[in-house]
Design a protein around this ligand. Structure first.
Ligand code: OSB
Ligand code: MG
Length: 374
């Protein structure tokens, strides 16, 4: 199908509460929403780059530049057969995976609609078992003003039905927090995410967590480091998970070859989209490591595509995909609810993403819009 037009929206939406990590605080979430039009169909993509380059070097502004000046001109007017086609059309741009992932997502959505398949069904085509109907999810809790408040937030989310708790840590907000959470919630799967705030010299700190029965420690060391993680791993008992460091299939192969991790958080935006994510899934699955899908406070547009990826057979651990109400009072797409009895979310089954985009609300939260035609 010919890619006739692409609309880009620069969106800003208020979060229900501030989200603080080792690299900063978000009050409003800025992102880009991309609509790809062709043959009467519309495919949606969400670019999860935020207002600051804290998680990675991209921001919503750099992604707008890369999309509008390079990626979109390269794909407009092209004949899209399968979602993998866009990989070649985007290969002249080095890096910028978050910008690329928005196009990649829209290409999967629009071709799945054309084929009369859900995003999950299309993604799961190589696997005889097909996609899962429900996927295990957990909640990611930002840094709070005090340990007492953190325990109260954990309790609230457990009450909502979340069965896995992830706590953000940073230097000085680490061991004491983890001990308090473990003491207050003995049987609960708890994990920590450092977002690259520590160094190998902090190994004793992580060793002191050995008796806390943590589900995993996510990305303790440098955002580009793989080697030091391979040195930390044999020194600690908690399973080690990589997030920031894994940008590609190549990084995955390196991490597996040097035993740098027990688990990989596959975040589609970080690796340039769903095609690359599925290849990483296949490598991780073959190697027998733990896999789950990471999040970036997505709207329903991004969340639906995360759910599709989380439905693949090699995803073994709960994913960071929370219900709509966790971040937004009023989202721009169909709401997702937690199945409280088993801490899951049901994977959409309608064509493509299987969601309804609320165009009027999208317009309300759009700060700037541009349309590009072939
Ligand atoms: O490291 O996983 C991360 C949010 C923004 C940037 C990085 C991360 C996160 C989260 C939130 O942990 C996951 C979510 O609920 O979407
Ligand atoms: Mg992380």
């Amino acid at each position: 199908m010919k890619i006739e037009r692409i609309d880009l929206h620069f969106v800003s939406m208020p979060l229900v509460s501030p989200f603080t990590t080792s690299f900063g605080t978000e009050l409003d979430r800025q992102c880009l929403i991309l609509a790809m039009h062709g043959e009467g169909l519309t495919g949606w993509g969400e670019c999860v780059a935020t207002n600051d380059p804290g998680y990675c070097y991209e921001t919503a502004v750099t992604a707008w530049h890369i999309l509008s000046d390079f990626l979109i001109p390269n794909i407009l007017g092209k004949d899209l057969q399968e979602p993998e086609d866009v990989i070649g059309w985007m290969s002249s741009v080095r890096g910028h995976p978050l910008a690329k992932a928005a196009i990649d997502q829209a290409a999967w959505d629009i071709t799945a609609q054309r084929d009369g398949l859900s995003f999950a069904q299309k993604l799961a085509q190589p696997y005889p078992e097909g996609p899962k109907e429900r996927v295990k999810v957990g909640v990611s809790i930002g840094i709070q003003p005090s340990i007492e408040q953190t325990l109260a937030v954990i309790e609230r989310h457990l009450g909502e039905g979340y069965g896995r708790i992830k706590l953000k840590i940073r230097p000085g907000w680490d061991l004491e927090l983890a001990r308090a959470a473990r003491a207050a919630f003995p049987g609960v799967p708890i994990m920590l995410d450092a977002n690259s705030a520590f160094t190998l010299a902090d190994a004793p700190l992580f060793q002191a967590m050995d008796d806390l029965d943590l589900l995993m420690i996510e990305q303790p060391l440098g955002y580009e480091d793989i080697y030091d993680h391979s040195r930390l791993r044999p020194l600690i008992k908690s399973p080690l998970c990589l997030d920031e460091s894994i940008h590609s299939v190549g990084h995955t192969r390196l991490a597996l070859a040097i035993n740098a991790c027990d688990i990989i958080n596959i975040k589609p935006a970080r690796v340039g989209g769903w095609t690359e994510s599925r290849q990483i899934h296949d490598l991780g699955r073959a190697a027998g490591i733990g896999l789950w899908i990471g999040g970036m406070l997505e709207t329903g547009i991004g969340r639906s595509a995360q759910l599709a990826l989380a439905s693949l057979p090699g995803i073994t651990l709960p994913s960071d995909i929370s219900a709509t109400s966790r971040y937004y009072d009023h989202d721009i797409a169909t709401a997702f609810y937690l199945n409280a009895e088993d801490s899951t979310i049901t994977v959409p089954t309608g064509p493509g993403l299987g969601i309804e985009v609320d165009q009027a609300h999208l317009t309300e939260v759009t700060l700037k819009k541009e349309s590009f035609s072939a």
